[in-house]
Ligand binder design. Structure first.
Ligand SMILES: Cc1cc2nc3c(=O)[nH]c(=O)nc-3n(C[C@H](O)[C@H](O)[C@H](O)COP(=O)(O)O)c2cc1C
Length: 220
């Protein structure tokens, strides 16, 4: 698969097979992502792959926190409002996903169900957490985003599916404690990872993109 095909065929997968990904494949994915660029080559990323009993325990913990109504405590706050352009794209995403999969995130009850699915890591055998020291500057957050995309592309090239999940960091304080990640770290992203269940209705829908002329300007 060439780079263009790898980028264009990557998609967020929300139903997985139980079969774990071999450790050497997971290591190769992370080792590949390490070749991402970073500000002054600071490489401001740390990774924890959670599998097996620890993954089950973490999922149970997150679901119990949600069920008892514990307020989320993410290290990166959930946005409360969006500029009109982005809000319109979110509305379109929600409308199209509801039509295709029946999951309608405009309905608060469905949001709770969707969070449950997120906290079950969509049935994936692994969740990969990306974090960094909280004292790092905003550029390091940018660098971690590059790392995350490289990770997802490397995984895609090896037939491994992912979904980046802000929701998987909702209870950052509890997650860090459970996984032994120091509280001084900023938990940035969780990625459910595994082999895709392409038969599942959850994976039918693929969001589109705005036409390129909507985001591209030329200056000559
Ligand atoms: C920073 C970030 C946070 C995201 N959080 C979630 C999440 O919590 N749960 C989820 O199911 N998808 C999440 N997504 C996936 C987006 O919904 C998805 O990337 C977008 O709709 C485009 O679809 P695609 O990845 O299939 O191209 C997140 C994506 C990013 C980049």
């Amino acid at each position: 698969m060439d780079a263009i095909e790898c980028i264009k065929s990557r998609r967020s997968i929300r139903a997985y097979k139980k079969e774990p990904v071999p450790e050497e494949v997971l290591i190769k994915i992370i080792e590949t992502a390490q070749w991402s660029p970073s500000y002054k080559n600071t490489q401001p990323w740390e990774v924890m792959i959670v599998s097996g009993k620890k993954r089950e325990g973490l999922s149970a913990l997150l679901i119990s926190l949600l069920e008892r109504g514990e307020p989320p405590c993410p290290d990166i706050p959930e946005p409360q409002s969006w500029p009109q352009t982005q809000q319109e794209r979110i509305n379109r995403l929600y409308r199209m996903r509801a039509e295709a999969t029946g999951v309608d995130l405009r309905d608060p009850e469905m949001v709770k169900k969707a969070k449950m699915a997120n906290f079950n890591f969509y049935g994936a055998p692994h969740v990969i957490y990306l974090y960094q020291d909280s004292s790092l500057p905003l550029w390091s957050l940018f660098d971690l985003g590059l790392f995350a995309q490289s990770l997802m592309l490397a995984a895609n090239a090896m037939g491994v599916a992912t979904v980046p999940q802000a929701f998987a960091t909702d209870y950052a304080r509890y997650i860090k404690e459970f996984l032994g990640i120091p509280s001084s770290k900023r938990l940035v992203l969780g990625l459910s990872t595994g082999y895709p269940d392409l038969e599942s209705r959850a994976n039918i829908f693929r969001p589109d993109r705005v036409p390129v002329n909507e985001i591209l300007r030329w200056a000559e």
